[in-house]
Design a protein around this ligand. Structure first.
Ligand SMILES: NC(=O)c1ccc[n+]([C@@H]2O[C@H](COP(=O)([O-])OP(=O)(O)OC[C@H]3O[C@@H](n4cnc5c(N)ncnc54)[C@H](OP(=O)(O)O)[C@@H]3O)[C@@H](O)[C@H]2O)c1
Length: 267
């Protein structure tokens, strides 16, 4: 008899490893930027996708566009990520639409920049609500659904500022450090259940969140100069990273942070 080989557990066609056919993904903040690109990548791998945003009309147009490009069902749901009831309702909507949620991408996020001494409480509360409380609500709602099913892939959007920092980013960097710790804690809490939790940590990508920097040629260039690859990332270059964490192929990866930053944090 032939000896047992790990090769027997790998399909001849490696693309099969990353197939999300029959799976449902919920992507918060999927109406633009990195979320839109990741939603497209997930649908392109075969998943049916729900994207959320605070603006239903815009999200519906994006969902229809992704659906037309990938031939998968992609639907929009209006929800403010900072609102607990709306987070619960998003998960319930995805289950109602597709029967189950296999993949949660906590992507919705904002950045409000400025020196701490000039910052009001509202700014701090707003950023914490969307960037950290929101992912907590979504992880809890998805966990309640995924754990009894014995399978799930939770992917949280951190940042290079999950581990390093720069001035004038107190609420943003605090939430991005926090979301990495949320991810690690869930990885341990859910170890062995079939539900994994991982974090993607992007560097500077040219998306609407960075409009204040991109609109000013000086700050746009200054950021670019700090990146060893010498440019801002394109959202399409981040979208690919979600496929590993989202697929069954990442079964032995949990609590991990994947840095996609053009070398920024290697310096
Ligand atoms: N781009 C980068 O350089 C970079 C770097 C590191 C980390 N990240 C992280 O990556 C994630 C996506 O960033 P991005 O660059 O794609 O940002 P973006 O272009 O500004 O897009 C943000 C998305 O989140 C949604 N959103 C914002 N607040 C929301 C809320 N309260 N409830 C629901 N949806 C909300 C937006 O839609 P609506 O406004 O219509 O609600 C939009 O779809 C964020 O978590 C960000 O911190 C980005």
């Amino acid at each position: 008899m032939a000896e047992d080989s790990p090769l027997d557990r790998l399909p001849a066609d490696s693309a099969q490893l990353f197939s999300l056919s029959g799976q449902t993904a919920l992507v918060t903040g999927g109406s633009k930027g990195l979320g839109e690109a990741m939603a497209h990548a997930l649908a392109g791998a075969g998943a049916e996708v729900v994207i959320t945003s605070r603006h239903l009309e815009e999200a519906t147009t994006v969902a229809a566009d992704i659906s037309a490009r990938t031939s998968r069902r992609v639907v929009a749901f209006e929800a403010d990520a900072a609102n607990r009831e709306q987070a619960d309702a998003s998960v319930a909507f995805a289950i109602e639409q597709f029967g189950h949620v296999d993949i949660l991408v906590n992507n919705a996020g904002i950045n409000m920049r400025g020196p701490i001494v000039d910052m009001d409480d509202e700014t701090w509360d707003t950023v914490l609500g969307i960037n950290l409380s929101g992912p907590f609500y979504y992880c809890r709602a998805a966990g309640r659904h995924m754990l009894p099913r014995g399978y799930g892939r939770v992917i949280n959007l951190g940042s290079t500022l999950s581990s390093i920092s720069i001035p004038d980013r107190t609420p943003y960097a605090s939430t991005k450090g926090g979301i990495l710790q949320l991810t690690r804690t869930l990885a341990l809490e859910w170890a062995g259940t079939g539900v994994t939790a991982n974090c993607i940590c992007p560097g500077p990508f040219a998306t609407p969140i960075n409009k204040p920097l991109l609109d000013n040629p000086e700050t746009a260039q200054a950021m670019q100069d700090k990146v060893p690859l010498g440019r801002w990332g394109d959202p399409s270059e981040l979208a690919t990273s979600v496929l590993y964490f989202a697929s069954p192929a990442s079964s032995f990866t949990t609590g991990a942070a994947l840095i996609v930053d053009g070398g920024y944090t290697s310096q």
